[in-house]
Design a protein around this ligand. Structure first.
Ligand code: UDP
Ligand code: MG
Length: 321
């Protein structure tokens, strides 16, 4: 990682695009992205991160590079997932500003001009917020609401609503993110955590240009849980409180039983209530262990200190292949 604050040869804008099996979208993307970038009249670089695609994404990007001297391709050694692919793109970016966007044209490149204008006014981060017309299924809406509600209540970081990874960041923000050593890359949270002064623009998010979303419901749920546990210790700590409440209640119950036995003698024991409480407590202990296990696994991942991503090859324009 290099710092290039004073590098006058650095482009004004880096666009970072993680691509996983987006072969069909490559020509569509460049057909729309390049004219939009040319209209900005600033020096740009486009960094496409091939996240271990199994389709023809890489050959298509390489073919594109022959006619696009601003295109740099970071080829990862396997599929690392969108968050790490994005981290790889940020680490390779050199621009004074960086805009991450999706390869499926759900993020309209035409609004980058508006973001740049805000940056020139002195803002370090310019969010792009989805407008109300952006279609979401009921399932997605319920899921998103639930997630934000829980996240807001359990973590100190405030996630802006209807804001994804599509945003413009000043170089100093990107350098801060690049310097963050954590393996667990919940980028929404990381972007919010670093702070800096920010403003927003509104955009309309369209449908995916070609292909299907790379995130299934299960993957999304896993992602949400990951995000939560990397930004909150609440699930880890809450069991202490619950345990304390239960043992206090149990203590008074025992006192009550002793006094009752002394006064009235032993009566017929209630097996069902004993069984119920044992099962209930056993279940809770297993759940707690599971949560502790999850955090422990996370600590283990961090301690191993493996690289976030592995670059198989960096294809620079005109490097004589
Ligand atoms: N992506 C990636 N690696 C993955 C999954 C997705 O680089 O393992 C990229 C994908 O190619 C796209 C972006 O992340 O450019 C967003 O993915 P997608 O459009 O499937 O997500 P959605 O819009 O449905 O949230
Ligand atoms: Mg998409």
């Amino acid at each position: 990682m290099t710092t290039q604050h004073d590098d006058t040869s650095a482009p004004v804008l880096s666009v970072v695009i993680p691509c996983y099996n987006e072969g069909e979208n490559v020509p569509l993307l460049f057909g729309r992205l390049m004219p939009a970038l040319a209209a900005l009249g600033v020096t740009v670089e486009v960094i496409c991160v091939n996240d271990g695609s199994s389709d023809d994404t890489l050959p298509r990007l390489l073919a594109m590079q022959k006619s696009e001297p601003a295109l740099r391709i970071v080829d990862l050694s396997r599929n690392f997932g969108k968050e790490k692919a994005l981290s790889a793109g940020l680490a390779h970016s050199r621009g004074q500003t960086v805009v991450p966007m999706d390869a499926d044209l759900q993020h309209p490149p035409e609004v980058i001009g508006e973001m740049l204008a805000k940056w020139r006014e002195g803002w370090d981060v310019v969010f792009a917020r989805r407008d109300a017309r952006t279609g979401q299924s009921l399932k997605e809406r319920v899921f998103a609401h639930g997630f934000y509600w829980v996240f807001d209540h359990l973590s100190d970081v405030r996630l802006p609503r209807e804001v994804g990874d599509f945003r413009l960041m000043d170089r100093k923000v990107v350098e801060t993110i690049n310097a963050m050593p954590e393996r667990s890359r919940f980028m929404k949270g990381i972007f919010a955590w670093v702070g800096f002064n920010h403003t927003e623009i509104i955009y309309h998010q369209g449908e995916r240009a070609a292909g299907l979303s790379k995130f299934s419901s299960v993957k999304l749920l896993r992602f949400a849980f990951d995000g939560l546990t990397s930004f909150s210790n609440f699930p880890l700590k809450v069991w202490g409180v619950i345990g304390a409440v239960i043992s206090t209640l149990a203590f008074f119950y025992i006192l009550f039983r002793i006094v009752r036995t002394l006064v009235w003698g032993i009566d017929v024991p209630g097996y069902e209530s004993i069984l119920a409480s044992v099962l209930f407590l056993g279940g809770m202990q297993l759940l707690t262990l599971g949560i502790i296990g999850d955090y422990l696994g996370r600590v283990f991942d961090e301690v191993k200190g493996r690289p976030l991503f592995i670059v198989r090859r960096l294809y620079e324009p005109g490097d004589g292949r």
